[in-house]
Ligand binder design. Structure first.
Ligand SMILES: C[S@@+](CC[C@H](N)C(=O)[O-])C[C@H]1O[C@@H](n2cnc3c(N)ncnc32)[C@H](O)[C@@H]1O
Length: 314
């Protein structure tokens, strides 16, 4: 490689001249700058989600189908994926999740001015001073299900990780935290992206009951990973996992493209339904789960994306 480069420098005017090399470097640099600009425009989720895809956006977006699409983000969670999509290519995006106060919160951000949202949150106590105050908010939420309380809980609970029990009650413990100046800053930029932006349509359905809207051409699926544990997994059962594969077949037979994020195995657990994915294309992803752990030992976890269309080689 080095020899080749040296050679290029000596042969002044053929293809591969100094000028050409400079132009290529410049193009690379421009591409880098373009990518950096794109990344710096990205906004972070307001929820600390286990399995949040923010850090994987490049790997995901580069494997999304080419061209213009109406997308459905079927398990939108904290909302990192749909909010950062290129608006020219994704002029309309549906975002669905089974958690009602989460979707109500997104709808509120879309409809209400930032100042009003801030005032309403402040009225409800944004920084519980002790466990008793936290539990008061938690009880109030479990009684009335208010989406503002949900956001306050997610900002003040342990590790900011939302967690429900099997009966749907929020049961995460107090985290000695709350809504801070940093939260407001993040909220302001997230709000700016979706406020009065009609390209986002929010749905709140269990995916097993959802009628995929007729105009959808591409579905992104990031379901709870059965082989991993997360606080929102408590209601995810084998029947959901099985139906998921039927759902993929249905999308495929209707000619709707899909990209599924999933885990083939995690630590000692193997995804029992892996063989159901054999008819589709799959690609390994470098993910948070696959990074080496603190003992510097590689884990045997493997996160993949599965598509019903061919993607570019790595
Ligand atoms: C892995 S998270 C999605 C994370 C998201 N992609 C992000 O970047 O933040 C999975 C989501 O699926 C939702 N979910 C679980 N069961 C569901 C169901 N039956 N129907 C629809 N959504 C469900 C959970 O509430 C959770 O928000």
């Amino acid at each position: 490689m080095i020899a080749k480069r040296l050679n290029v420098k000596r042969t002044g005017d053929e293809t591969g001249t100094i000028e050409e090399t400079k132009r290529m470097r410049c193009r690379d640099l421009k591409e880098c700058q373009r990518m950096k600009k794109k990344k710096s425009n990205r906004v972070k989720s307001l929820f600390n989600y286990t399995g949040n895809k923010y850090d994987l956006l490049d790997q995901l977006y580069s494997n999304f189908p080419k061209g213009k699409h109406v997308m459905l983000d079927l398990f939108c969670g904290g909302g990192s994926v749909f909010v950062n999509l290129e608006d020219k290519r994704f002029a309309k995006t549906y975002a669905n999740d089974a958690i009602t106060p989460l979707i109500e919160f997104f709808r509120y951000l879309q409809k209400e001015k930032f100042g009003v949202i801030k005032k309403e949150l402040i009225k409800r106590k944004i920084y519980p001073k002790d466990k008793a105050e936290y539990l008061e908010i938690r009880n109030r939420f479990n009684l009335h299900g208010n989406f503002l309380d949900f956001f306050i809980l997610s900002s003040s609970c342990h590790n900011n990780l939302i967690r429900f029990n099997r009966t749907g009650l929020f049961n995460q413990s107090w985290g000695r935290r709350g809504i801070t100046d940093y939260t407001w800053k993040k909220m302001k930029v997230y709000h700016k992206k979706i406020y009065q932006n009609s390209r986002f349509v929010f749905l709140n359905e269990d995916f097993m009951n959802l009628q995929v809207p007729d105009d959808v051409t591409f579905v992104y699926l990031d379901p709870p990973y059965q082989v991993c544990e997360a606080g929102y997994n408590s209601t995810w059962e084998q029947k959901h996992e099985k139906y998921l594969y039927q759902f993929l077949d249905q999308l495929d037979s209707k000619g709707i493209k899909f990209l599924l994020s999933t885990m083939l195995n995690h630590k000692e657990k193997k995804n029992e339904l892996n063989d159901k994915l054999e008819n589709f294309f799959s690609k390994n992803i470098v993910s948070n789960y696959t990074k080496i752990n603190r003992h510097k030992k590689p884990t045997n976890s493997q996160e993949v994306i599965v598509t019903n269309y061919e993607t570019d080689p790595i």
